[in-house]
Design a binder for this molecule. Sequence first.
Ligand SMILES: *[C@@H]1O[C@H](CO)[C@@H](O)[C@H](O)[C@H]1NC(C)=O
Ligand SMILES: *[C@@H]1O[C@H](CO)[C@@H](O)[C@H](O)[C@H]1NC(C)=O
Length: 298
Amino acid sequence: MQCWLISVVVVAVSTMILLFLFSFDSLEYQQIGLNYSFLSESVEKEPYKPGRYYLGVTNRFIKFPRTVQSVSFIDDWAEGLQGPALQSRTKDGLTVRLEVSFQYKLIFNELYNLWATLGHDHYETTFTRMAMEQLSTATTNHNAHFFFRNRTYVSTEMHRKLDEHFRQHAFAEVPFFQLRTVHLPDDFEDAIRETQVQEQHIHIARLEQKKKKVTFATEVLKAEQAVKKINNQAEGEATATLTKNRAYCEQYKYTQELQADALEGVIAASAWTAPELLDFLGLRAVRDHPSENTLIRI
Ligand SMILES: *[C@@H]1O[C@H](CO)[C@@H](O)[C@H](O)[C@H]1NC(C)=O
Ligand SMILES: *[C@@H]1O[C@H](CO)[C@@H](O)[C@H](O)[C@H]1NC(C)=O
């Protein structure tokens, strides 16, 4: 009888201890969760941060990741990635393949709404589908040429759209986005590359033209300098000649005046008439002249 009672007490106490232990649930550092009761199949709206909580025997946490989760659409995809490169069309109708990846993070305060709207098991698949749809649509906003020219802009725009859409419909935010590669049809890429090469040529030609312009301007400047120098020289020479001529003329005039004075003196002293004086001068000229150059008419 006593033995039976002891057994009951032991079983009861053990059961209570077990029930007490099973009433706890914990969330790891990288997890957030919702308080789910499988008795009433209901969920508390309040989300929970990492830690150990007393929930009651009939309750457990539905766990969600607290950290950033990555989604990739790349060509050499493997297990764990979401799929191969996205295929879509540009505004001008060319096929384009985009390799992209992005990272999303669940919004803590929206956790209940996420669970209520998208559930726990399939929300990741829904996210992937949403992203594919959004990115494919965003692709059709631009011409193929724009993808080549302005990839940064395309990338920023896709990121913004994805983030907006996820905040509104997926109860998550997209803090990071990478547009890894853009594959356009080979013909188009070749044509673009050719265009770029030609543009390079034009650029180089422009530079050369500029350089030549500078060289020519320098030549013209040099020539102008030379002309100026020559002009200055000529002016200098002209002035010098003029000065010299003037000096010579002055001197000549002075000599002539002196001579005239002297001859006047001779006339006065000798009492010669003018013809007699001229005879005398003629004789002196003959005497002073080199004899081999003299021809006298008699
Ligand atoms: C979880 O929900 C149950 C009711 O379903 C409640 O009794 C319990 O206190 C909740 N747990 C916490 C930690 O709030
Ligand atoms: C990229 O596109 C935007 C919007 O059309 C424009 O404002 C920007 O200047 C472009 N950048 C380049 C490098 O073409």
